[in-house]
Design a protein around this ligand. Structure first.
Ligand code: KG4
Ligand code: ZN
Length: 386
């Protein structure tokens, strides 16, 4: 038997974990030791999917197949261990695109069986949730002391998920609210398409919003007082975009109404103005505000529901948004809560977050697959956090 399989629970802190994520349109392999990221290689497929306006699963699968070996080798080269130095293999097995997940799972199975290594299956959303706990290669990071952050409320906002999770402690999750239709990132991507922008929409809309009028806040208030009969808090700004699910009373999200309102508003603005640039900067800023206010409203409810929470954690691709990040951090501060966000490199999909989730599964629960059990691992496209 390989000596690696003798690793006892107490040894996991020094274990070299190789993690893989192929859940969507990024092929990623990372290497982690004691929460320190030794390598995190992400091969993006954006250029391949761009012309289709979104991720095409069959194209994603082929690109993962074409790239995974190269990304794996690059990660080993960057982190400098040899294949024989690896202790653990971790892989994302859901949620995500079934045929894309399969590529990473097959690669992970082959690697762990060939080297007689334990395999840790990881939930992609747990990866996003724990991404703020990653440390850089020098051992620095926002969350050096893990103990004082829990219980916490996690706001997970990505291209396919929007949810608020009560985290009693790492590994103990309760979903308090989730989206009833589109995810926040998806709303960004779809509205970007309406604006004839490229994919993914989030970064481009953010870029446009930075060119909004400096006095955007004043304009917003003035117009609201004059023009709108609805109470101010239901509208996100002077274009009258609604704040999704503001008064729904629960902690769920829904972004399809905002999407439809955006569609009509854009059509109206295109009739009124010659050029999109005459209104699209302010519109983008207001669209972000609508999403942010919706997220804030639900978080406020969650804070009331779980007064024991000590921290707000944010994770997922939408956490790249500087306005949303700032709004949520302010909300945390106002409520005397700590605020944890992933470092820039770990906000969008990456395998380092899969590695950190595996690290805690081993550290806390000694959870892994070995031997014949590895062969049985199957992808779970609709996997939930619970
Ligand atoms: O977490 P992620 O990388 O992949 C999934 O698990 O889905 O999230 C991707 C999503 C995309 O919808 C993208 O438009 C959005 O994150 N996104 C942003 C920003 N950067 C990426 N949304 C808003 N603002 C951004 N700056
Ligand atoms: Zn993701």
């Amino acid at each position: 038997m390989n000596k690696k399989n003798n690793l006892k629970k107490k040894d996991y802190s020094q274990a070299i974990i190789l993690a893989i994520d192929t859940s969507c349109d990024d092929t990623s392999v990372a290497i982690l030791q004691n929460r320190r990221v030794l390598a995190n290689i992400v091969s993006s497929q954006i250029e391949l999917h761009k012309k289709w306006g979104g991720v095409v699963p069959s194209i994603a699968r082929q690109a993962h197949r074409d790239n995974i070996e190269r990304v794996y080798k690059e990660a080993l080269k960057r982190a400098r261990p040899k294949e024989s130095d690896l202790d653990i293999v971790a892989v994302c097995y859901g949620p995500g695109l079934a045929i894309a997940l399969e590529v990473g799972i097959d690669f992970a199975k082959t690697l762990s069986m060939k080297n007689n290594l334990k395999l840790v299956p990881v939930n992609h959303m747990e990866g996003h949730l724990l991404s703020p706990f990653l440390l850089n290669s020098k051992g620095n990071g926002q969350a050096k002391l893990v103990n004082n952050f829990f219980p916490a409320l996690a706001l997970l906002v990505s291209g396919n998920h929007s949810e608020i999770v009560f985290v009693k402690e790492i590994g103990d999750y309760e979903i308090l609210g989730e989206t009833l239709d589109d995810a926040a990132g998806e709303a960004f991507d779809k509205v970007a398409r309406m604006l004839n922008l490229s994919y993914p929409g989030g970064p481009i809309i953010t870029h446009l919003a930075k060119r909004a009028d400096k006095s955007w806040r004043d304009v917003k208030k003035g117009r609201l007082e004059r023009a709108d009969k609805k109470p101010e808090q239901e509208l996100a700004g002077f274009f009258g975009l609604p704040i999704p699910m503001y008064n729904s009373g629960d902690l769920n999200f829904s972004f399809s109404g905002l999407k439809t309102a955006s569609l009509y508003k854009i059509a109206q603005l295109r009739k009124e103005y010659k050029l999109d640039k005459d209104w699209s900067y302010n519109f983008s800023r207001e669209f972000i505000n609508a999403i942010s206010l919706s997220l804030q409203q639900k978080l406020k409810k969650a804070i009331k529901l779980k007064p024991e929470a000590k921290t707000i954690i944010i994770g997922g691709g939408v956490s790249n948004n500087c306005y949303i990040l700032r709004d949520i951090s302010l909300l945390a501060r106002k409520n005397n809560l700590k605020f944890l966000k992933p470092d820039r490199a770990f906000r969008s999909d990456n395998a380092a977050m899969i590695a950190i989730a595996a690290y805690y599964q081993l550290e806390k629960f000694n959870n892994y697959l070995s031997g014949e059990k590895i062969k049985e691992l199957d992808r779970m496209p609709n996997l939930k956090l619970s």
